[in-house]
Design a protein around this ligand. Structure first.
Ligand code: FES
Ligand code: FES
Length: 151
């Protein structure tokens, strides 16, 4: 089944069963490997992308659900240059193994798009959708606060 949608601003067409999860379409068909597979069960957030601006678990999203819609992955978050969150992530040395980090940044970016000046409580609450097995939570909060400050 052909499914047409947009990824990082460009139109794509994939020919796969409509139930194929968006995560695998991104990684295997479109070679956008910044989006990671963690739990496959909407529990960890490693697979998070934006669909029409909404943070979404791509491991749970059948590709037919994005027909005609707009998907943004970590590869398309900052064009051109680095997103304020990515700059803050570097300044705060957030990642350890790095595996969860693209999902973390995508979720944080969705937060700031809706709420440019979140409180610490709002940040922690919003970011609870993402698990980091390396325990970088405090640095993530600091980086988001820095991005809010420095823009
Ligand atoms: S891989 Fe999708 S939430 Fe864990
Ligand atoms: S940095 Fe290793 S899982 Fe988060």
């Amino acid at each position: 089944m052909a499914v047409d949608f947009r990824v990082n601003g460009r139109p794509v067409r994939v020919d796969v069963p409509g139930s194929t999860r968006l995560l695998w379409v991104l990684r295997e068909h479109l070679k956008l490997t910044g989006t990671k597979y963690g739990c496959g069960a909407a529990q960890c957030g490693a697979c998070m992308v934006h669909i029409d601006g909404e943070p979404t678990f791509s491991c749970q999203t059948p590709v037919e659900a994005v027909r005609g819609r707009s998907v943004t992955t970590i590869e398309g978050l900052s064009q051109p240059g680095l997103h304020p969150l990515q700059r803050a992530w570097l300044a705060e040395h957030v990642p350890q193994c790095g595996y969860c980090q693209s999902g973390q940044i995508m979720n944080a970016a969705a937060l700031l798009a809706k709420n440019p000046r979140p409180t610490r409580t709002e940040i922690i609450e919003h970011m609870s959708a993402n698990i980091c097995r390396c325990g970088t939570y405090q640095r993530i909060v600091r980086a988001i606060e820095r991005a809010v400050r420095e823009g």
